[in-house]
Every structure is written in C-alpha cells, then in structure tokens.
Design a protein around this ligand. Structure first.
Ligand SMILES: Nc1nc2c(ncn2[C@@H]2O[C@H](COP(=O)(O)OP(=O)(O)OP(=O)(O)O)[C@@H](O)[C@H]2O)c(=O)[nH]1
Ligand SMILES: [Mg+2]
Length: 361
C-alpha cells in the first residue's frame, strides 16, 4: 500500500517524508529526486503487548510513501508531472496533501499564498488538471482506435468514450467525481483510469514551531470547504526528532509548548485509515506484531499474510480481542474467563484481534 505525497513547492513534502520514513533526503526548494520510503505505523497496543510478552522484537505495520520532486520548469506544479512519476502517482492508493502553515525565508516563492485554504484550492485544481490530462490521453487513443476499424471492441470503446466525456465535463466544472452516480460497469471502467480525484486523501498541515497553536483555527477553516481528514504536524521538528530518545522527545515537546501526542503518529495513522486498513495482531516469545489487512478480510486470507501455507492448511483460529487481553493481562486468564473464541475460515477479522492460527500442511 502506497501513499503519494503532494503539495505546492517548498511546503515541506520531503521534510515530512523524512520524518515519516526516517529518511535523510536533502530538503530545500525545487528538489529533483523522487523518494521512496517505508513508514512504521505506530500502534500503542504493540507497546502494551511488548510489556506482557517481552518478545525479542516488536514489528509494526508499514506503509510506503512516495515523495515527488518539484518540476524543473520553476513552476513546480503537479501539472507538470509526467512519465514515470505520473505512473507512480496513479499507482498510489491514497494521497497525502501537504499544506504550508509555517513562515520561512522561502516565502518569496510565488506559489506560497500564506493561506492554507487558498493553497488547498490551488492544489485541488492541479489535481483535477492532472486527471483531465489522463482522460484526454485516453480519449485521443480511443478516437484513434475508432477511426477506420471494425473490431469487436467498438461497442466497448464507445461506452468508455461516453463515460470519459461525462466525467470530463464534471471535472471541468470542478465537481468531485464521487458526486455523480455510476453503473456497476462504469465503476469498473473508472477504476482502470486510476484518477487522482477518486483516491482517498488526507491533509497534513505543516505548521511552524513558533505558531503551533494556530493549527486548530486553520483546520476549522479548511473543514468549511473540504470534507477530508486533517492532521497537523510540525514537519521540521518531527524530522529533527528522528533518532532522539523518547525522554528527550518528551522534554523538547514540553520546552516548545507542543502537545505530547506525536503529530507524526497521527498523520501516519490517518493515512493507514484512509487506505481502509486495520491490523490484526500476533503475540509470542519471538515477536509481537501488527499485520495490516483490508477491512472485511476473512481469517483464512488474513492468515495468508503470515504465510501462504497457513492459509492453505487453515484449520481454525483462536481469537482474543485486544481489549480482553488488556483486561486479563495473560492468555491463561483470558482462557479461564472463557474469552478466547474459536473461529472458522470465514470469520471477518476485526481490528485488534489477537489471532493464533492452527493449520496443517
Ligand atoms: N520552519 C520550518 N521550516 C520548514 C518546515 N518544514 C519544511 N521547512 C523548510 O522548508 C524548506 C522546504 O522543505 P522541503 O521539505 O524540501 O519542501 P518540499 O515540499 O519537499 O519542496 P520541493 O520538493 O522542492 O517542492 C526547507 O528549507 C525546510 O527546512 C517546518 O515545519 N518549519
Ligand atoms: Mg521535496
């Protein structure tokens, strides 16, 4: 699962990428590199389980991030994204939209408006522009195909063309594509275009160290115009905190008057949620681990994430909800209280289920 990081130039995309993935990519305006990295999804439950089981290791769920470069033409608009980068962007499962709410000497940059709401409208216009480009390419291709050919695909391509024309006019008028209704087959076609406007989105407000209290007000004004989850983060601070101990981090947050809850954790968790992922957990002497699965996954398929043999030879799963283990502290006590359930392969796994799968190959 991959998140594409988008934003106007110099808003702190690479800074946030570094903070999330523990990366050490150079930051600065008009970057030219595309950066790929993996972020651990902080899960408080793993810390608690780590305390109970004292395993050799603790393994968090992970999600990938792609940080795109500014464009070379100095405009550094997403509009300029082409080729391999456009491909990567289209393949992303969700988008993280970075907005700038810190002051810096770089504010001479003409793309910075000083108002995150205006910035977000500009960014959305650009995202729509990219989609219009994708549609235009496909329309041209179909029109080319339809010229002088009488293959069996004609009807199919005409249907596609109709749909594309319909969504093009919706996008040109600036309406979200979710607002119109589609038939089952149209939806299937649509998913093939990998349009950006149809991807789940999360906003991250990159706030300055000195104005960290403004976040709440800015979030409120964004919510008036957009129905998208928002996380506020001080990107630079979070990046500088990589590698510091928890105690040092706590102290620094106090000194700077920042909340103790890590904005970074919240941001990564919002991304995780936007992907419609949940975690089931496994515990033992070797490791406690969170396994990301799509909401609605059944136990045999979930077990396949651990190993395909376990899915193939699935017999049954012993399941304890995290909450019950937290109350009981030990698996023996969970059993004594009769809180351990035995589930079959069609059981829909819930977030925080602690699973032990019995299998036979
Ligand atoms: N004060 C402050 N500066 C920041 C913060 N986040 C980023 N910066 C600075 O802003 C500049 C640009 O940051 P980048 O992370 O490179 O921004 P970007 O969006 O990746 O830039 P491009 O890729 O060139 O579009 C750098 O000098 C950062 O140090 C922040 O939270 N506070
Ligand atoms: Mg960058």
């Amino acid at each position: 699962m991959q998140i594409g990081i988008l934003g106007l130039p110099g808003v702190g995309k690479t800074t946030i990428f570094n903070a999330a993935t523990g990366g050490e990519v150079d930051v600065g305006l008009f970057s030219e590199r595309t950066n790929l990295g993996v972020a651990k999804v902080y899960d408080k439950r793993l810390d608690v389980l780590d305390g109970y089981f004292k395993p050799k290791r603790k393994v968090e769920a992970e999600i990938s991030y792609v940080d795109f470069p500014s464009q070379q033409d100095g405009q550094s608009k997403i509009q300029g994204i082409t080729g391999e980068n456009l491909n990567l962007l289209q393949k992303s499962d969700a988008l993280l939209l970075v907005l700038k709410a810190f002051n810096s000497p770089l504010d001479i940059n003409e793309n910075y408006f000083g108002d995150p709401v205006v910035e977000l409208h500009t960014l959305m216009d650009e995202i729509i522009f990219v989609d219009l480009g994708i549609i235009e390419n496909r329309v041209n291709k179909i029109e080319e195909n339809l010229k002088g050919r009488n293959s069996s695909k004609i009807d199919q391509e005409k249907t596609e063309l109709n749909l594309l024309t319909k969504i093009r006019s919706v996008l040109e008028n600036g309406f979200p594509l979710e607002d119109i209704s589609y038939t089952e087959s149209e939806l299937k076609l649509l998913s093939g275009f990998q349009l950006l406007t149809l991807k789940p989105m999360v906003i991250v407000l990159n706030i300055g160290e000195s104005n960290s209290n403004d976040g709440v007000n800015i979030e409120e004004s964004i919510r008036k115009d957009f129905d998208i989850e928002i996380g506020t983060i001080c990107g630079k601070l979070e990046m500088d905190l990589i590698g510091t101990s928890l105690d040092e981090e706590k102290q620094l947050r106090e000194v700077l008057g920042l909340s103790q809850e890590s904005g970074l954790h919240r941001m990564v968790n919002l991304c995780f949620k936007s992907l419609e992922l949940i975690s089931f957990l496994t515990v033992g002497e070797d490791e406690v681990r969170a396994w990301p699965i799509k909401k609605g996954t059944v136990s045999a398929v979930a077990a396949g994430k651990i190993h395909s043999d376990i899915q193939r030879g699935f017999i049954r799963a012993e399941v304890i909800s995290y909450e019950n283990l937290e109350i009981c502290k030990t698996i023996a006590e969970v059993r004594r209280k009769g809180l351990l359930r035995v589930e079959g392969k069609e059981y829909v796994v819930q977030d925080g289920d602690i699973m032990h799968v019995l299998f036979n190959v």
